[in-house]
Design a protein around this ligand. Sequence first.
Ligand SMILES: O=P(O)(O)OP(=O)(O)OP(=O)(O)OC[C@H]1O[C@@H](n2cnc3c(O)ncnc32)[C@H](O)[C@@H]1O
Ligand SMILES: [Mg+2]
Length: 198
Amino acid sequence: MNKLVLASNNAGKLREFAQLFAPLGIELLPQSAFNVGEAEEPHVTFVENALAKARHCAQATGLPALADDSGICVTALHGAPGVYSARYAGEPKSDQRNNDKLIADLAGKTDRRAHYVCVLALCRHAGDPQPLITEGEWHGEIVATPRGEGGFGYDPYFYLPKHGCTAAELEAAEKNRISHRGVALQQLLRKLRENQNP
Ligand SMILES: O=P(O)(O)OP(=O)(O)OP(=O)(O)OC[C@H]1O[C@@H](n2cnc3c(O)ncnc32)[C@H](O)[C@@H]1O
Ligand SMILES: [Mg+2]
């Protein structure tokens, strides 16, 4: 497999995947290059939404498709916003409004634990009976004051005690090395290698 369509319209994800794939010799094409419209994400689990997006894109392009369904799960909010992270504050999607709502919802709460989740689904074709699926998690805490300019989404509020900074203050390469997305992709590449050399 030397060509893969990325089933996402999120500019932050597209940037991170472009960096992650740069050394791999796999050409990664955004689904916008094929005029693929946004897939429905009606499900309550990351894995179901990731599969729906990958299948929709493979169907529309006739090429292998990789989808990322991700989000942030906050312990004190019983896992919210979870699969609804992109549209937590409603439509149209806005990182700023999502972050403002998250901070408002956490006002007065002392438990600030949160973790990012990323599920990747790779459909080699629309009818692939064995899509590759992997999951990564990244644990941190929500801080009330944003810090840093990097990353996207909730990153300026996602504090990493071990690093003493937020995800938005990390170098892009360092975020990719340790993030939910980076971890899920390393697992996906391992599975791909195992499939090629059983
Ligand atoms: O579905 P696609 O087109 O890929 O784009 P999306 O933005 O709608 O993506 P999701 O449905 O997977 O929602 C993921 C949301 O979770 C948040 N998120 C996921 N990964 C993140 C990261 O690495 N840093 C910051 N926020 C992240 C961010 O708000 C995303 O919009
Ligand atoms: Mg989405």
